[in-house]
Design a protein around this ligand. Structure first.
Ligand code: NAD
Ligand code: UGA
Length: 457
């Protein structure tokens, strides 16, 4: 039988909560700590701070093995393993701001110096942090310890980057493509393998089949390489999307259809079919921040990252293309009503960090358009962030009187929009800019809409 551990998770956000819930689900005892008292109070009452499918059920089902708290100290006293899963937002220069990670590391050091422990505490960095952060965290724990009564503390730092996607975070955590661990200490790696054993062997109870039939690869390496794997993975995926967008822009000019082209190239196993969907481009809390952070790291070391810079520039151009496409049929934007359908940065989440909808809405407003937004779950949050945008809670309400609509986020509900009803409600010229190539052009045109996709004229 797999060993059971006392696991601490600091940061009860997307990564921390999902990690905590999944660790409890595979049999460990979990304490989730966050500095945000309101968040912890709500969690104790069963109220989630984020919209993430299956997370609520997962927490409720394993509630007896999960505690929520604002106090780091008891966690450091009792846990075998502590995950740091706090946010690492971009600083002004694009580099990752490590102040939250640093505060937690110092706090762990201080608490460690006040408690008696039999075994070294394993401190696992799950936040996305630049190369070298493992050593930095180690140094800060030591510094924190020296502020306390007993400077001699025992701990091991491990890097365990997270690859979950919002919207399918629980699934991705239980059925990952791989688990990456970086550490200098073999015993710490051994403990981490034991911690993850039910996932590696896929031996936990689940209704979330289909599960992989083979063991999940467990990649062990040094701290710096593990940290780099995370950035390289996100940068590659973002670049792959930008590549698809570049091809789409060429397709548009030569009369090819990017959907057929990416389907055709994706069948080559060396390329693969995923992350080739052309459109408005990538947003969210991670790709933009992590690509910029990797570029900052490269420049710090006097290397100019040409491919990454191009990926960012193509991505920025895609958002501006929405405006160009709108102008092609609306001519001027002044006084026109534009409906933005889908506001979160991708479907199945309410996350609006770096959401394309917000920057598109700002440009439209600055050009004198009246913007009406709709999203199945992120509407209220969007209204709070952008008071000048009118947010409604029904897609057809947003379409009423709109001269144009932009499908920004391909929620299932919006992929299946009643196009005839949309055309009846809209005002001339009844333009639909499909920012995700999610709607059949022929069906939209048959319903009486002018259709513009990306790379499929
Ligand atoms: P988040 O903003 O959703 O959650 C972070 C939480 O940490 C917040 O609740 C915040 O209050 C808490 N926190 C901050 N400082 C704290 C402190 N000193 N003590 C206690 N709690 C503190 O962030 P997230 O999206 O979960 O991302 C966390 C990290 O994981 C980031 O580095 C991110 O790049 C990385 N990551 C995120 C995803 C994702 O899909 N969101 C996926 C992979 C990796
Ligand atoms: C991404 C990665 O996929 C995760 O592996 C990683 O853990 C995470 O970042 C992170 O580090 O936080 P996420 O941002 O949740 O996950 O969502 P994705 O599904 O990757 O989508 C990112 C953006 O790319 C979205 O705006 C999406 O609309 C866009 N996208 C995605 C495309 O434009 N085309 C595609 O083909 C795929």
């Amino acid at each position: 039988m797999a060993e059971r551990f006392d696991v601490g998770v600091v940061g009860a956000g997307y990564v921390g909560l999902v990690t905590g819930a999944c660790m409890a689900h595979i049999g460990h005892t979990v304490t989730c700590v966050d500095k945000n008292e309101g968040r912890i109070e709500n969690l104790k009452r069963g109220k989630l701070p984020i919209y993430e499918p299956q997370l609520g059920e997962m927490i409720a089902r394993n509630r007896k093995r999960i505690r929520f708290s604002t106090e780091l100290h008891p966690l450091v006293r009792e846990a075998d393993i502590v995950f740091i899963a706090v946010d690492t937002p971009p600083g002004d220069d694009g580099a990752a701001d490590l102040s939250n990670v640093a505060a937690v590391a110092r706090g762990i050091g201080r608490s460690l110096s006040e408690v008696e422990r039999e075994r070294p505490l394993i401190v696992v960095n799950k936040s996305t942090v630049p190369v070298g952060s493992g050593d930095y965290v180690s140094m800060l724990i030591q510094e924190g310890a020296e502020e306390g009564p007993n400077g001699e503390v025992s701990y091991r730092v491990v890097s365990n980057p997270e690859f979950l996607r919002e919207g399918s975070a629980v699934y991705d955590s239980l059925f990952p493509d791989r688990i990456v661990l970086g550490a200098e200490d073999r015993e710490a790696l051994h403990t981490m393998r034991e911690l993850y054993r039910p996932i590696i062997e896929q031996s936990f109870a689940t209704e979330l089949d289909p599960r992989p039939t083979v063991a999940v690869p467990f990649v062990t390496t040094d701290l710096a390489s593990a940290e780099m794997i995370k950035y390289a993975a996100n940068a590659f995926l973002a670049t792959k999307i930008s590549f698809a967008n570049e091809i789409a822009n060429i397709c548009e000019r030569v009369g090819a259809d990017v959907k057929s082209v990416t389907a055709g190239i994706g069948l080559d196993h060396r390329i693969g079919p995923r992350f080739l969907d052309a459109g408005i481009g990538w947003g969210g809390s991670c790709f933009p921040k992590d690509v910029r952070a990797l570029m900052a790291t490269a420049r710090e070391h006097e290397y100019e990252p040409a491919i990454l810079a191009a990926a960012v520039s193509v991505n920025e151009r895609q958002r501006r293309l929405v405006i160009t496409k709108l102008q092609r049929d609306l001519h001027t934007l002044k006084g026109k009503r534009v409906a933005l359908l889908g506001l979160s940065f991708k479907p199945n989440t309410d996350d609006l960090r770096e959401a394309p909808s917000l920057s598109i809405a700002r440009i439209l407003e600055s050009r004198g358009a009246r913007v009406v937004g709709y999203d199945p779950v992120a509407g209220k949050r969007a209204a709070a962030l952008m008071p000048e945008m009118k947010v409604v809670f029904d897609p057809y309400e947003a379409l009423k009187g709109a001269n144009a609509a932009v499908l920004v986020t391909e929620w299932e509900e919006l992929r299946n929009l009643d196009l005839e009803r949309a055309a009846t409600l809209m005002a001339r010229p009844r333009l639909l800019v499909d920012g995700r190539n999610a709607i059949e052009p022929a069906a939209a045109r048959a319903a009486g809409l002018i259709y513009q996709g990306f790379g499929r004229e």
